[in-house]
Design a binder for this molecule. Structure first.
Ligand SMILES: [Zn+2]
Length: 267
């Protein structure tokens, strides 16, 4: 017995999406995915038959929505593998399963999923398990990468989904740690010490140098008196200190200190 959608959906996406028959295969697995995008509409649009992608899922889950996409009656194209060497680790992966996609709350590299989305997916998993009599455990509720070779489901923890689906309480929310902003390493020339700041010039214009931290390098132009110059690193060059930034793809160097005398101030 099959049904169109779980009673938990908040809306149906009316666009025609990829789907196929189940060929008499019973539903006994749920496969969990992440969108690999923070935009639900971008994710769902890739499942439309007009997209040419031959991919789809039964549900799209967000912090506030459970959207019906491909009816449960049909198989969706979500875990069949990409062909060639990517052989699914179970038979009839799409025919036997229901695929749940989750929108990301952050992009690469963490691909996090909002705890509210995880909670909604857990409710949906519980409902699907109850409807079809599927054991709600990690043998039957799988991460996409447990079926085929893929980076999906990103930062989504399927253990947590199953724990919540079985009545567990949410794990203590972990305050995300903001990454320390630092200049891209590739921008910093060899020998320079990374440090972000702003140099505010004194009353004398300073000639900058392009391409190399040297007074023999090409002259780029004067930094006017009292003007500011953002820098990402610095280096002692002889009796001087030069600061660096990248401008229009070029390495630009500005002498700002001679001996112990700074030619301006640093913020
Ligand atoms: Zn996936």
């Amino acid at each position: 017995m099959a049904r169109r959608f779980s009673g938990l959906i908040t809306s149906e996406n009316p666009n025609p999406m990829y789907g196929g028959g189940r060929n008499g295969v019973g539903i006994d697995r749920i496969v969990i995915h992440h969108n690999a995008t923070t935009k639900k509409n971008i994710a769902m649009s890739t499942w439309y038959t007009s997209s040419g992608n031959y991919t789809s899922a039964h549900y799209e889950v967000t912090p506030t929505e459970i959207i019906g996409c491909v009816e449960e009656t049909y198989s969706a194209y979500h875990c069949g593998g990409t062909g060639s060497n990517d052989v699914p680790k179970m038979s009839n992966p799409n025919e036997r399963s229901i695929g749940i996609e989750n929108v990301n709350s952050t992009g690469a590299p963490s691909w996090s999923v909002d705890p509210r989305t995880v909670a909604n997916t857990a409710k949906l998993v519980r409902d699907i398990c109850d409807y079809y009599g599927i054991p709600c455990d990690r043998q039957h509720v799988l991460a996409h990468d447990e079926v085929t070779a893929t980076a999906c489901p990103g930062g989504l923890d399927v253990d947590e989904v199953v724990r919540l689906a079985n009545g567990g309480s949410a794990a203590t929310p972990v305050q995300p740690v903001a990454p320390t902003p630092k200049p891209a390493a590739s921008n910093i020339p060899a020998g320079f010490t990374p440090e972000s700041g702003t140099f505010v010039n004194g009353d004398t214009p300073i000639m900058n140098r392009v391409g190399a931290a040297s007074f023999n390098a090409a002259q780029g132009g004067y930094l006017p008196a009292f003007a500011s110059w953002k820098y990402d690193s610095w280096k002692r060059v002889g009796n001087y200190v030069m600061i660096h930034h990248v401008y229009n793809g070029a390495h630009v160097f500005l002498p700002v200190r001679e001996g112990s005398v700074a030619w301006g101030t640093f913020k």
